[in-house]
Design a protein around this ligand. Sequence first.
Ligand code: HEM
Length: 262
Amino acid sequence: MALTYGKYLEIDKLLDLQNPQSSPAEHDEMLFIVIHQTYELWFKLVLHELEKVCRDFSANDLFAAIHTWKRLRTVMKTLVGQLDILETMTPMSFTSFRDRLETSSGFQSAQFREVEFLLGFKRPEMMKPCEGDAAGHAKIAARLKSRTVIDHFYDFLEHRGVEIPHDLRDKPVEQPTRPSDAAQEGIYQLYRSGAHNDVVILFELMTDFDEGLQEWRYRHVKVVERTIGQKHGTGGSLGVEFLKRSLFQPVFPDLWAIRHRL
Ligand code: HEM
């Protein structure tokens, strides 16, 4: 029998995964489940694309990297825009089923943490909320011990004549990204030379993506604030106060640090 749309995409399985915990089901719980599942699917794609961009960087394949960052930047815009849909849910409506979430929380999104770690934003203490998810925890642990997008970006910069200091190249992989004067100087020279405008397009796309991730964090804090105010999170954090700590932190600090000189 010919392959059908439903079989290829396993639609039956997919549509069997939305199971509200409230009984009788609160109307908006379906939205809450669908939106989180949709995010997890996009996170899956983001990881897939970031892994590709690592290979593109190390292979010095500029056009492949540009193509991938364009996709990643566009996905990020979608991730931000989707929060508008969630904001149609009132605080009362969320309260009607919030207890059913028990201690489950976005804190436990292993894929979100994988994205952060792969981007070099490594906070090992953030693995703790995922301890109840053995498979997810193992994947984050593997990311902690792996090279990041930034490490591969250094490979690319070296291909383009930028000297990356040894202490940065030999930094233990578990450590988060740290800004580098040498990388900034190299990026600055590539921007200013006039002979590397293709590389400048790459830098701008990476900046778009980084700005998008920061926008997502800001919009998420606002969703949380308008929906639960100053209540603590179901994951046990201070809620809004905790989430505010990671606002405005770039994953590519070197791309931001030089902009006043351009
Ligand atoms: C009504 C909607 C939402 C509320 C009230 C909410 C609330 C919270 C709170 C309070 C936290 C802090 C951890 C805790 O103590 O639980 C958190 C973290 C998180 N949430 Fe949400 N959230 C909402 C929607 C979403 C959506 C749609 C996503 C999409 C995946 C999401 C993903 C995350 C992630 C990844 C974290 C960890 C952030 C970090 O550690 O920096 N949340 N959320």
